[in-house]
Every structure is written in structure tokens, then in C-alpha cells.
Ligand binder design. Sequence first.
Ligand code: PLP
Length: 342
Amino acid sequence: MDFRSDTVTWPTPEMREAAAEAAVGDDVYGEDPTVNELERLAAEMLGKEAGLFVTSGTQGNAVSVLAHTQRGDEIILEARSHIYLNEVGGLAVLGNLMVRPIVGELGWMRPEDIKRAIRADNIHYPRTHLLCVENTHNTAGGIPLTPEQLKADWEIAKEHDLCVHLDGARIFNAAIALEIDVKKLTQYADTVMICLSKGLSAPVGSVVVGRGEFVKKARKYRKMLGGGMRQAGIIAAPGIIALTKMVNRLTEDHETARLLAEGLKKINGIRVLNLVKTNMVNIDFAGIDWTSSDWIEACRKLGWKTRASGTITRLCTHYGIDIEDIKAFIEGLNKLVYSESL
Ligand SMILES: Cc1ncc(COP(=O)(O)O)c(C=O)c1O
């Protein structure tokens, strides 16, 4: 059992079968029917013209940002967003881009803050050209941003001729949590990156969607980054299962996260730090006087992999974790916390 991330999910038996039986061709020539179908399906589900299968979320964000911008442009993004913090500085290295981080409220950048950050047309300034939004917002605790929040940011962006890219690594978690069609969220972005390999459980891959011209440009950047794949239908086939069979199942992950948070709150000395709206529970266990190694060791004894930074950790629920697993974990943890020694 593994709480570290929803990226640890294994492909379902149906995905393995689909991979084995996938029709394939050379995708660099546009001839892999399974990849083409995945790209079409993702674009349709997200309400965009075209799609591009990429190797990872990081690559999807990179090709999107590159396709939107020119060297020296400035990008507005949230100060704790994945693109800014966790994508190896690709914005600077690959795009020669400037960044203008804004501290959001639970992951949401307020429109007035965005407005203030947009550069005037002045010879001294870089061009502000792109707004990047993240939904759900990972470091804010898996918070789903609502259509109203996204619309407010979109309107400010469009008033100032900015493009909007949505890092939707977990956009289906947001749609499921808000009980709305995902298009209600993606309508407020020119381009969207979704991950197939997180809660949707595919073994690998992400898809970028947007207008046909944008996807054509992004495809070229994907090739430049070494992401031109050949008989990629083998890995695209599980992605099709992810989109057709695994989206509604995310409610189970939200329910297990809610149960986990409730159980943890009842343990003296553990504080739940986030609003648990999707599949993430952030906690601080400073009150039980354990070090990060104590925490990791206690979880290991209970059969779980976790990680911790100081006394803070994020627990992620996903395919393969059910209600009984959570109950057993909470019961075991209670025993360890209240016993004299670990
Ligand atoms: C919000 C967000 N965006 C992008 C990514 C990058 O995805 P990948 O790990 O496939 O590169 C992640 C990964 O955890 C993420 O949480």
C-alpha cells in the first residue's frame, strides 16, 4: 500500500489486455490508430479541437508553454504551482521565459492580483503572454477550482490578450468533486494538459488539447524534446480505458480521503491541514512527537509507504486503496501512537 502519490497506481487488468491487443503504427508519421483515437477522445471530452499524446505531465506542460510563447515572454502562474516549483526549471531552460508568481488563495489566483501583474506595453518590460492555472491545485491540498473562479481569471486574461493554459493533471478529480461536466472547467482555458497516469491509473502518459494550430506547434516541440514515439498505441490503449472507465471511479478516492482525514483528526497530536475535497490529505504530526523517520517507520510497520518533510506529509488516495484499507490503517496507527514505543 502506498500513500505517497496517485502516480503509483498500477494499470488495471483491462488496461494490460488493451495494451497487448492495441493496433499500432508509427506515431511520428501520425499512423498509430490507437494514439489517434486517444487524442481524438481526449479532445472531445475536454471540448477542444485536437489532442497530442505526450510522455508525461511535465512534457505536456512544457510543450504547451513553448507553443504559446516566445523567448523572453513573461508567464503569470501561482506561486506553488507544479509548473513553477516542480518541473525542473523548464520554463527558464527550454523557453527562456520570465515568470511572475502570484500567491493564490487555496490555489486560486485572484483576478485583481493577475491584473496587477500584467505588464503594460512599455519598452522596458517583457511581454506578458500566458496565464497558467492548476486544477486541482496539488500543493493547496487537491483543491478543485470552480468554474466561477476560472471564469474570473479567464476574463481578466482575455481582456489583456493573454493565452490561458490549464495544468489539469487532476482535472477529472475537480470535475467529479464539483459534480459537473469537465467541459465546464476546461472552457476557461485555451489549452489543457491532463494526466492519464495518476488517479486514472494508466501506466504512462498525458494528453495536451487545444486548437488544431496549437497542437501542430506543440507536436513539433514534443519531437524536439525527444517525445516523438513510434508504436505508442501500446501505451495509448490503457489511456483510452483511463478516460472511458476510470473517471467516475475517482469518487471512491475522494471518499477514502475523507474517511482518512476523519480518522486522522481523531488522533491527538495530528492536525489535518487542508480542506479535503478530492484525494489528498495533508497532515502535521508534530503533536505526537515523532520525527519524519518515526512516521515513515510506523507506516512501514502497518504496510504502507509514505514520505514526510519534517512533520508534514501528504497522503494520497487512489485506485487500489479501499475503505477497509483506510480503517485498518487508522486502527493500526492509533495503536502505534498510543503505545509507549514504536
Ligand atoms: C499538478 C501537476 N502537474 C503536472 C504534474 C507532472 O506530471 P508528471 O509526473 O507526469 O510529469 C504533476 C505530477 O505530479 C502534478 O501534480
